[in-house]
Design a protein around this ligand. Sequence first.
Ligand SMILES: Cc1cc2nc3c(=O)[nH]c(=O)nc-3n(C[C@H](O)[C@H](O)[C@H](O)COP(=O)(O)OP(=O)(O)OC[C@H]3O[C@@H](n4cnc5c(N)ncnc54)[C@H](O)[C@@H]3O)c2cc1C
Length: 168
Amino acid sequence: MDDVVIPAENLLGSEGDGFKYAMKGLDGGRLNIAASALGAAQAALDKALGYMAERKAFGKPINQFQALQFRLADMEIELQAARVFLYKAAWTYDQGLPEGTKYCAMAKRFVTDTAFEVANQALQLHGGYGYLADYGIEKIVRDLRVHQILEGTNEIMRLIVSRQLLSD
Ligand SMILES: Cc1cc2nc3c(=O)[nH]c(=O)nc-3n(C[C@H](O)[C@H](O)[C@H](O)COP(=O)(O)OP(=O)(O)OC[C@H]3O[C@@H](n4cnc5c(N)ncnc54)[C@H](O)[C@@H]3O)c2cc1C
């Protein structure tokens, strides 16, 4: 790219606003990351439900232990809350509302953290098999971990939200 000359009429947008445009592009990307995380966590929950019906301990399927049923319930509640919030953020983005960037950052933070926790619980519910590659859960957990880092870390998502709050 050294010595490349581009005619002034090829300028897109306004001079000096390039960084702002690039940052705006990240809003949709954050929704995308959150949606991927949500789908993977749902797959982990589905796998856990299947495994718990098969695996017996102390003479019964492990899905009959109330402590584990309560954990399943929490996983479902948290995933549904993440899904509803993600839809709200996507709607805000689609409408082009001024708070769109804040909603995309909030959804990315909330959904990716929730999805990681749900997948990690699903791994735990598989016992030792959860840690082995054969069951596919450990890969979901590893893949979801990076969603808390890429497309802007979840600390940076908090920075975006708090800046917006403080400027209101
Ligand atoms: C698998 C993978 C794929 C990626 N794909 C892409 C891609 O396609 N395109 C692309 O451009 N980038 C991509 N990245 C890069 C990714 O976006 C960055 O890794 C991420 O934004 C974090 O930046 P960093 O690694 O420089 O961390 P750093 O900025 O060095 O942060 C280190 C730690 O400090 C925290 N931190 C930093 N600043 C602050 C602050 N002001 N307040 C509080 N905490 C702070 C961070 O949250 C983090 O925990 C990818 C990364 C990974 C791991």
